[in-house]
Design a protein around this ligand. Structure first.
Ligand code: AHR
Length: 495
């Protein structure tokens, strides 16, 4: 069945610039999230550059990853940086009390993180330990990393192989202090955070200070911190999409029915209302949006892959995840004036991973392809796109079947992303363009036969983008014919 929708694209009213950092990544010490997934060590048989696997580095470079957050997550608040420097065979074995209780050999530490970020060309987002660490420890870490002097800590960095200071672009002030980061109340965290801010500024550099913001809908937390916003540049927001909304039984990553498909999108759209309400609170003391909202953990969280250890947060990734990523990107675009960073949880092998590995093998997930298709939106300027589309109704779920955003890219072209959430109906979208007529349109599509189509090591290309031939210039606009459950990203050459 085909239904009709219309859209108006206005080329003459540019909006906010989309911060490239909205396409950020998050890596945590969570078993193969780093060890084996990114870091194999220079002695490994797996082809690597200074210990970083070449296949993963190549795939990440192709995404133009703007920023990587490390070392956590909950792990940040149990991480003691001195465990991760010096000769690797002499580093202590520690435990990850939050995720699986596993032994951590600390082979991937400070030098490895900054080396990795340089290798993939990403900015650095370092979360300091406010949960079980001290101000002195965090202050020393920042000095070790950033000081150009000959202080004992800077010299220790040199003795460990790095002469030049590294650049710290963002400093995260604890992680989830309302939960695993110390079970603090907002006022207490606010005071402690202000104390840390005074001691963790990098030397000779200006880093953005990211305070730990609310858990999803905790508007009181936001009000308390925003009562005095002068000390930080951004506040984080964490929200995970669980199909059921129930942490005890989240729903499977594969083999779900249409009710779960629709419910997952209903759950993910909740973040848009949160952003709107948090933004309104921030406006009261920061009407010019100096303080950014950094959605530094977002993504799907399903029941773990059967047979895997629950604390390792391993799950497959399907077409549903790719479309959900696209919906989240569109939400971030719509609020680009305030949302200026987002970090998907997580980069490799954990939760809504963009890459999965198994020994020497690697596969790109459907979510990876969504990131790759949206690359032209990094640094682009939002253009208004108003969509009128039929509803998609499934059980209790009622959603607009079509989501989309548009922006003028740094390449001068107009990029339009459209998501058809309906898994059964195709849609013909008539787009009216205000402004210069389109000369040409081209694009790519991501779709599959079934809702839980996914890539695995034996069939790595089941879900991958292909050229899209369903869009054409028509009069003062376009006509786009999209299949069910699909993501289309178009590039329009203006006249
Ligand atoms: O991403 C997994 C975990 O989710 C992080 O460690 C924590 O910050 C959040 O609760």
């Amino acid at each position: 069945q085909t239904v009709d929708a219309t859209a108006t694209l206005n080329l003459e009213q540019p909006g906010a610039v989309i911060a490239p950092e909205i396409y950020g990544q998050f890596m945590e010490q969570l078993v193969t999230g780093i060890d084996g997934g990114v870091w194999v060590g220079p002695e490994s048989d797996i082809p690597n550059t200074r210990g970083f696997r070449n296949d993963v580095v190549g795939a990440l470079k192709a995404l133009d990853v703007p920023v990587v957050r490390w070392p956590g997550g909950c792990y940040a608040d149990i991480y003691h940086w001195r465990d991760g420097i010096g000769p690797r065979d002499q580093r202590p074995v520690t435990l990850n009390r939050w995720w699986g209780g596993d032994e951590v050999t600390n082979g991937f530490g400070t030098h490895e993180f900054f080396d990795f970020a340089e290798l993939i060309g990403a900015r650095t987002y370092l979360s300091v330990n406010m949960g079980s660490g001290t101000v002195a420890e965090a202050s020393d870490w920042v000095e070790y990393i950033s000081s150009p002097t000959h202080s004992t800590l800077a010299q220790a960095r040199r003795a460990n192989g790095r002469d030049e200071p590294w650049r710290i672009d963002y400093v995260g002030l604890g992680n989830e202090p309302w939960g695993c980061g110390g079970r603090m109340r907002a006022a207490y965290y606010g005071d402690l955070m202000r104390q840390f801010v005074g001691f963790v500024a990098p030397y000779g550099q200006k880093a953005q200070m990211v305070a730990a913001g609310p858990n999803a809908v905790d508007y009181d937390w936001m009000r308390t911190l925003m009562a005095n916003p002068a000390d930080f540049d951004a506040l984080s927001l964490h929200y995970y999409t669980l199909p059921t909304g129930d942490w005890a039984a989240k729903g499977p990553a594969l083999g779900f029915d249409e009710g779960q498909w629709a419910a997952t999108f209903v759950q993910t759209y909740k973040i848009e209302e949160m952003i709107v309400r948090h933004d309104a609170i921030m406006d009261q003391t920061d009407p010019d949006a100096r303080v950014a909202l950094a959605v530094d953990e977002w993504g799907t969280w399903y029941d773990p892959t059967p047979g895997s250890q629950a604390g390792h947060l391993q799950q497959q990734n399907s077409l549903r995840d790719a479309l959900l990523a696209a919906v989240n990107f569109n939400i971030f675009h719509r609020h680009a004036d305030r949302v200026r960073m987002a970090n998907v949880a997580q980069m490799v092998n954990v939760l809504q991973a963009v890459i999965l590995t198994d020994g020497p093998r690697m596969v790109l997930t459907p979510t990876y392809h969504a990131f790759e298709m949206y690359r032209p939106f990094q640094g682009a300027t939002v253009l208004p796109l108003a969509i009128r589309a039929p509803e998609y109704v499934e059980g209790d779920a009622r959603l607009a079947m079509l989501d989309g955003t548009a922006a003028r890219g740094l390449d001068g072209r107009v990029h339009v992303a459209l998501v058809n959430l309906d898994p059964r109906r195709e849609v013909t979208v008539t787009v009216d363009i205000t402004g210069p007529r389109a000369q040409a349109v081209s694009g790519r599509i991501l779709t599959a036969d079934v809702m839980d189509a996914h890539n695995n090591f034996d069939a790595p290309d089941t879900v991958r983008p292909v050229a899209f031939h369903g869009a054409a210039v028509s009069g003062q606009g376009l006509v786009v014919r999209m299949p069910a459950k699909s993501l289309v990203v178009l590039a329009i050459d203006p006249a």
